[in-house]
Design a protein around this ligand. Structure first.
Ligand SMILES: Cc1ncc(COP(=O)(O)O)c(C=O)c1O
Length: 300
């Protein structure tokens, strides 16, 4: 193999780990909470602040819940898959390695009744014709192929199934129609350049309703449990994490959030608009996104 003569000016991979926000340095992080309990007043307040400000920045519907969960995006996705799937048929969509990983969970580990639709790298699979009474699992932006869904129009507004979306490379980088997503997941080391380890889990009211009234019938380890006695553990969505979080990562996330708040909606809109125009150099901005090829778009 030959070593390339031209190297990227910025060696950060740009899909997580991503570059830190401009002006970031470790001594700018608020360290008051380090070495103190995350269950204490200050720790809980910082966790709650991270949740509320992220909720606002993502413009999640007011009745959607957002929580901090263990094990990064993978933890959040598997928590959702194990807690929710199995009560009705599911359609699994995959067009790169991470989506394929969720197919493995569902088909090989859980052995569920699933329709599996896949596409090769650079392509996207058929999005049309998904029964709105069934669940669907998909990745908004497939990081390793750079192919994303064009929008959420293919998800029925009147669905009774749940749309479960791995949004880790899309959150903050692309327009997500959250009204079409019942479960959304992402992690901090992606578009805003946070630190890895924690996942964020978005739940729509219908996802909560399913968790409380018709959850998957299987035993769950503590790390996956979102309900207790048939009720949502509301504390998870107010900063009472299931297990011990890294408060250093939380402070680093709060720095990223403060930067994102400062650049405001317009700062986000520019890269989003650029992405919607179509192909551009790999890794030019976070999200590694490429619009699906025309042929695939027309096959919906
Ligand atoms: C689309 C997608 N899903 C899941 C993951 C796994 O994320 P994490 O390492 O935060 O669990 C990645 C990581 O790059 C990803 O790009």
């Amino acid at each position: 193999m030959t070593t390339p003569e031209v190297r990227p000016a910025r060696p950060q991979f740009s899909s997580g780990p991503c570059p830190k926000p401009p002006g970031w340095s470790v001594d700018k992080l608020d360290t008051r909470v380090l070495g103190r309990s995350h269950r204490g007043a200050l720790g809980k307040a910082r966790l709650q602040d991270a949740i509320e400000r992220t909720h606002a920045l993502l413009e999640l519907p007011a009745d959607y819940k957002l929580g901090i969960v263990p094990a990064s995006d993978t933890g959040a996705m598997e928590m959702a898959i194990w807690s929710l799937l199995g009560t009705r048929p599911v359609t699994m969509l995959a067009w790169e390695s991470f989506g394929a990983g969720w197919v493995t969970d569902v088909a090989k580990q859980l052995k569920l009744d699933a329709e599996i639709r896949t596409a090769d790298y650079g392509e996207i699979c058929m999005l049309g014709g998904i029964d709105p009474a069934q669940d669907v699992v998909f990745t908004w932006n497939g990081t390793t192929s750079g192919v994303r869904v064009p929008n959420g129009d293919w998800i029925s507004a009147d669905r009774t199934g749940l749309a479960i979306c791995d949004a880790t490379s899309a959150a903050f980088a692309q327009d997500i129609d959250w009204t079409k997503v019942d479960v959304g997941t992402f992690s901090w080391q992606k578009a805003l350049g946070g630190e890895a380890a924690h996942g964020m889990l978005v739940l729509s009211p219908r996802a909560v309703e399913r968790l409380e009234n018709d959850p998957a019938q299987r035993p769950l380890p503590k790390i996956f449990r979102l309900t207790k006695g048939g009720k949502l553990i509301d504390g998870i969505f107010k900063g009472e994490t299931i297990n011990t979080p890294s408060m250093l990562c939380v402070e680093d996330w709060l720095f990223a959030i403060a930067w994102a708040e400062k650049i405001g909606a317009q700062g986000f809109d520019r890269p989003r608009r650029r992405q919607c125009r179509g192909p551009r150099p790999l890794g030019a901005i976070s999200g590694l996104d490429r619009a699906p090829r025309r042929r695939s778009l027309h096959s919906f």
